[in-house]
Design a protein around this ligand. Structure first.
Ligand code: PRP
Ligand code: ZN
Ligand code: MG
Length: 225
């Protein structure tokens, strides 16, 4: 079981950040015995427990202090921060390090054949996204009255399905957009993976462990440069 004296770190169970996050932990000398079906992995050489969860849950777990640290994409972190603030919940955290993986952009895209001359073209239209708070913030900044339609997945099929006129989704290679007859128009957010920690005091032991680990992360990143 998980023990409160051990440092709890949340990582995405499966997805774009999982492999690199686990590799980074291993590269800084943390021995992990990960079994696919288990939510918790105990380190065998450090007082660390790894919680393997959906990336969407990581910001909240850190902000609620359920875990001490987490590896998360800035896109998901910023979206959850806005969502929690809107709901009147605590949304505090500290970024310890910006990492060198998980790069992607959150972009507005429209069908190839659409007439598009800037975000103003979306006035009165619907845009499907998994990131409604980031998208609405962007619309507000740009003074555009458009509607963010929340979809938890398969956002790229929304225009063909008649659900929306455009989409706002993560793009890395662009292959998904191309396969769906969509063209990227406005980048609204650029993201990388970050290591975050909860606010508040840590026990002397946990703080000492954190102070040992963070310089090793810097070392691994420098070695890759
Ligand atoms: C994201 C996004 C696109 C895809 C874009 O999905 O929603 O589907 O990546 O990548 P590309 O530009 O390289 O094609 P992700 O893999 O994160 O999974 P999800 O949509 O199930 O969350
Ligand atoms: Zn997710
Ligand atoms: Mg996707």
């Amino acid at each position: 079981m998980s023990d409160n004296r051990r440092l709890r770190i949340a990582v995405q169970k499966s997805g774009r950040l999982s492999k690199d996050s686990i590799e980074l932990l291993k590269a800084i000398g943390i021995k992990l015995n990960i079994r696919d079906r288990l939510l918790i992995a105990h380190s065998t050489n450090e007082d660390i427990d790894l919680l393997r969860v959906r990336d969407d849950d990581i910001p909240g777990l850190v902000m609620d202090g359920v875990v001490d640290m987490g590896f998360i994409g800035e896109n998901e972190l910023e979206e959850k921060m806005l969502e929690r603030k809107a709901a009147g919940k605590i949304a505090d955290y500290e970024v310890m390090r910006r990492l060198d993986y998980g790069g992607c952009r959150l972009s507005i895209a429209v069908p190839n054949e659409a007439n598009y001359s800037g975000v103003q073209s979306l006035e009165g239209k619907r845009v499907a996204t998994t990131y409604p708070f980031l998208l609405e913030r962007y619309f507000k900044e740009q003074n555009v009255n458009a509607q963010a339609v929340m979809l938890t997945g398969s956002v790229e099929v929304a225009p063909r399905a008649g659900v929306a006129e455009g989409i706002c989704d993560l793009v890395s290679t662009g292959a998904t957009l191309e396969a769906n007859g969509l063209v990227e128009k406005d980048v609204i957010f650029r993201s990388k993976a970050v290591l975050i920690k909860r606010t508040g005091e840590f026990s002397t032991e946990k703080q000492a462990l954190i102070d040992r680990l963070v310089p090793r992360i810097d070392g691994v990143m420098q070695a890759k440069e």
